[in-house]
Design a protein around this ligand. Structure first.
Ligand SMILES: Cc1cc2nc3c(=O)[nH]c(=O)nc-3n(C[C@H](O)[C@H](O)[C@H](O)COP(=O)(O)OP(=O)(O)OC[C@H]3O[C@@H](n4cnc5c(N)ncnc54)[C@H](O)[C@@H]3O)c2cc1C
Length: 314
């Protein structure tokens, strides 16, 4: 596995459980999966779009967390449900039309929220997870040999590292995310930065519209991926957190909850990549990257499937 974010760590876990001896090569840089709290939210953005495989992805991630915890690898998470307030009747109708019958949901009054919301879509199967905690648990539980280093070239039977060493393998799966886009042939993809403000407290259940407010392992977060997309990891990171972005984020957060008395204790910034790349290329190298804002919703499910396909070739 080249890349040890949620894609590579999930793949390492499933491959090890299928009997492979796994080496995980990771540069230790630019990992979007270290997001302090990621939502598991099947109803996307402000459009209310529901990915066809969201429910399967959601259940796969929860099952994985339960399996890791049962095996003694704790993962900070909350299977609390996710609340999605909508501003007006038109948005509610649009979302309602997109909700598949099999996705458990309840519409409620916006009781307890700041004024201005029409109603709240309650998604009881959603929740949040500490990104770094889940990745660390997956790597530990996989028993993979972890090699720190940056691949400069990959081929079907191995990888070359910065400095010239090579690693051999029967199969190679590239999961480099935004930082490793050149390796997965998605250098021309869209790299989008976003930031989370770390908070000393947060509502007990995540709330999301525009931005999200979520509990985290300690305190909470207010975050979103909102900067203008750039063509490259470094270009996306360049602005850091401009003041206008801070103002935008605080404005979205204040609309979701009364933030008086809440302190900002830090900041985390990451870059996500899209579009999705999943499967083998012409040279026989496998890829799983470009998970966009759904890394924790769909990453483990797709990793399990890719590893299954790689294993079938044996
Ligand atoms: C602000 C923000 C909020 C988000 N919120 C959510 C959310 O609420 N819910 C959700 O599901 N998703 C969320 N996401 C998206 C999610 O974080 C990503 O989709 C996911 O983390 C991508 O995982 P990945 O494994 O593909 O890539 P990454 O996590 O970026 O991991 C890639 C790894 O590969 C390594 N690597 C790269 N190139 C090389 C190389 N050449 N050699 C060796 N190693 C290499 C890197 O060092 C890195 O460790 C959010 C993202 C951001 C930025």
């Amino acid at each position: 596995m080249v890349g040890g974010g949620i894609a590579g760590a999930s793949a390492a876990y499933f491959a090890a459980h299928s009997g492979w001896a796994v080496t995980l090569l990771d540069a230790g840089e630019g990992r979007a999966s270290d997001v302090p709290a990621a939502l598991l939210n099947p109803v996307r953005g402000q459009s209310g779009h529901v990915e066809p495989r969201s429910l399967a992805g959601l259940r796969c991630t929860w099952a994985l967390i339960a399996e890791l915890e049962a095996a003694g690898h704790p993962v900070a998470h909350g299977r609390t449900g996710v609340r999605r307030p909508v501003p007006d009747e038109k948005t509610r109708r649009k979302w309602q039309a997109r909700l598949p019958a099999e996705l458990p949901h309840v519409w409620r009054d916006p009781a307890g929220l700041p004024s201005g919301w029409h109603s709240v879509l309650d998604l009881p199967e959603g929740g949040w997870v500490g990104g770094g905690a889940l990745v660390a648990a997956l790597v530990a539980a996989s028993g993979a040999r972890v090699v720190r280093g940056r691949a400069t070239q990959v081929w079907a039977g191995g990888a070359r590292l910065e400095g010239g060493d090579t690693l051999g393998a029967e199969r190679v799966l590239c999961c480099g995310g935004s930082f490793g886009a050149a390796l997965s042939g998605t250098a021309g993809g869209l790299h989008r930065a976003g930031s989370l403000l770390l908070l000393n407290k947060a509502p007990a259940r995540p709330l999301s519209f525009g931005a999200y407010l979520s509990p985290a392992r300690s305190g909470g977060v207010l975050g979103a991926t909102f900067e203008t997309p750039a063509q490259g990891h470094a270009a996306a990171l360049a602005p850091g957190l401009p003041l206008r972005s801070l103002a935008w984020l605080l404005d979205k957060g204040t609309a979701l909850s009364d933030l008086r008395g809440v302190n900002v204790t830090g900041r985390w910034t990451g870059v996500r990549l899209s579009p999705l790349r999943c499967g083998p290329d012409d040279s026989g190298v496998w890829h799983l990257s470009g998970l966009g804002s759904k890394g924790f919703l769909l990453g483990p499910l797709l990793a399990r499937e890719v590893v299954g396909e790689m294993t079938l070739l044996s």
